[in-house]
Structure formats: structure tokens, C-alpha cells
Design a protein around this ligand. Structure first.
Ligand code: FMN
Length: 270
């Protein structure tokens, strides 16, 4: 499926069929995980498929997920980071979302599940002593058939003009300018990227032929680096569809507005 159609129609799957993915397909997934690890230059990110999902589900029930609502699926994939640098955190999400699109092409549905609130000893007991820090898992499997008579819950998205700015944060962006630069569709579809609690913390500032990505977070919170990495992945791919193949370069720095903070994540040369 073309990426923009996928983005618009994608939804987190929280209800999975009680049906295992075939061993051949699971082997193919393991191959994809190996490729993603090799593609990441730092070598500090590792993915692992847990074939027997019931062990993970039973270990995390009541503890992981929003308010302890663990998502039950036949299999799970973890992403583990060795030294937890900002860069590895960001790229762990970038590659995890690349995996999500590959799974979608194989008709396998998924949902990110947060496990960072689970006690570290328990995480080690569930995922294995050799893991360093598993903060997120991907629940995977076949989605339960949707009831056509029931309106599915839908996660609202904010408008392009609320995430894209000109010159500085808050600077009004001219939609015609976005059209001319082939960016209108890119930002339109990017809004459908998943984010923790659907916070949509991404902010883009267009200045001097560059797009700067920042993420918004409140005082006392950590910058949502995972949400940033996911958006970086989709932005690059959507730009490729528009005919521009470039990569983000990571940046440092913060902006503060009252109790709201913004972390500079990366810049993209248009
Ligand atoms: C890093 C990350 C962690 C998430 N954790 C959970 C979770 O623990 N439980 C859950 O039900 N959904 C989780 N989600 C799914 C988001 O809530 C969901 O992507 C967002 O609300 C947008 O909805 P959509 O994916 O259906 O478009 C997570 C998403 C991301 C990106």
C-alpha cells in the first residue's frame, strides 16, 4: 500500500484474533528485525520477537499499557537499547515504525505498548536478563474483524497549521507556500503518525530551506524522543514520495515558553 494511504487509514489494533502467525511468516519477521539492526549504524538497538505471547501478556497484565491495560496479542516484539543515548532512543522508534509498515504490508496489525512504568526487575524477568532496557513493545497479530455497525473509536488529529510554523515557533505558515514546496501533503499525512497517548508533540519550523523538528513537553516530563523518531521516519518516506530523498541530521537545544518546553530534535534540508 502506498505510504500516504497507509498513514491515513492506519490505526492501532488493540483487539487481536486468537490466532498465531505461521512459523514461515514469523521467520520472515525475524529476518526483517535482523536487517533493521544492521541498518542502524550505532549497533546499540536490538529487536526480539517473543513467539509465545501468553508469557508476555500474563507477566505484564495490570502493569503495562495505559493505566495497566495490557494489550493481548499472540506475539510481541521488543526494542532494547544498550546505552540509552538520545540518538539511540530516537532511532529505536524510527526503525520500529519502519517495522510497523513492513508488517502492515504482510497484513499483520500492531500496537505500540508502553512498559516503561513496569518495575525494572520484573521487565528483566519477563524479557530476559540479557536485555538492558525495554521501554516499549509492539503487540502483533491478526486484527479481530470489525463490527460494521459499531463506530470505531478514532484518535483525533490536530491541524497542519498547529504543528508547522514559519521562521519561528508560532510563526503563521502560508498553506500556498507548503503546496508550492510539495510539503502540504507531507504534513497532512504525517499527522496520522502514532504518538504516546496521541499527544502529537511534533512541531516543525520551516526556515532557510530547512525543516526543523522539535517536540513539545511539559515541565518535569522527559522529551518524547520516541514520538520524534516515528515522525522522522514518516517524514523521510513521505518526502521520498514527493521526489526528495534526504535524511534528518540530529540537533541539540531547547526552547522554553512558560511551563512548556520544546526540544530540538533534527533538521532536514529541503
Ligand atoms: C511510543 C508509543 C507508546 C504507546 N503506548 C500505548 C499503550 O501503552 N497502550 C495503548 O493502548 N496504546 C499505546 N500507543 C498507541 C497510541 O495511543 C496511538 O498510536 C495514538 O492514540 C493514535 O491512535 P492510532 O494509532 O489509532 O492512530 C502507543 C503509541 C506510541 C507511539
Amino acid at each position: 500500500m502506498i505510504l500516504n494511504n497507509f498513514l491515513q487509514s492506519r490505526k492501532s489494533t488493540r483487539q487481536f484474533k486468537n490466532k498465531k502467525v505461521s512459523p514461515e511468516v514469523l521467520d520472515k519477521i525475524i529476518g526483517i528485525l535482523k536487517d533493521l539492526e544492521l541498518e542502524n549504524p550505532s549497533g546499540k538497538i536490538s529487536f526480539k520477537l517473543y513467539e509465545y505471547g501468553e508469557n508476555i501478556y500474563n507477566g505484564l497484565k495490570g502493569l503495562a499499557g495505559y493505566s495497566g491495560v495490557m494489550i493481548e496479542s499472540p506475539h510481541y516484539i521488543t526494542v532494547d537499547i544498550k546505552n540509552k543515548s538520545d540518538k539511540d532512543m530516537i532511532y529505536s522508534a524510527y526503525y520500529m515504525e519502519k517495522l510497523v509498515t513492513a508488517l502492515n504490508n504482510m497484513n499483520i496489525a500492531s500496537c505500540w505498548v508502553s512498559v516503561y512504568n513496569v518495575d525494572m526487575d520484573r521487565r528483566k524477568a519477563i524479557f530476559g536478563e540479557s536485555t538492558t532496557e525495554v521501554n516499549f513493545v509492539l503487540a502483533i497479530g491478526y486484527p479481530k474483524r470489525r463490527n460494521p455497525f459499531i463506530q470505531e473509536p478514532f484518535s483525533e488529529r490536530i491541524g497542519v497549521e498547529e504543528i508547522v510554523y514559519s521562521e519561528e515557533l508560532g510563526g503563521r505558515i502560508d498553506m500556498e507556500y507548503l503546496e508550492e514546496r510539495g510539503l502540504a501533503d507531507v504534513f497532512y499525512y504525517l499527522r496520522f503518525a502514532p504518538s504516546i497517548k496521541n499527544a502529537q508533540p511534533w512541531r516543525f519550523i520551516i526556515k532557510d530551506d530547512k525543516v526543523h523538528l522539535l517536540v513539545k513537553f511539559e515541565e518535569g516530563e522527559n522529551p518524547p524522543l520516541i514520538d520524534a523518531g516515528i515522525a522522522m521516519y514518516y517524514f523521510e518516506k513521505l518526502m521520498e514520495l514527493e521526489g526528495t530523498k534526504n535524511s534528518w541530521k540530529l540537533l541539540d537545544g531547547f526552547l522554553h515558553e512558560g511551563n512548556t518546553n520544546y526540544k530540538y530534535i533534527a533538521e532536514y534540508q529541503l
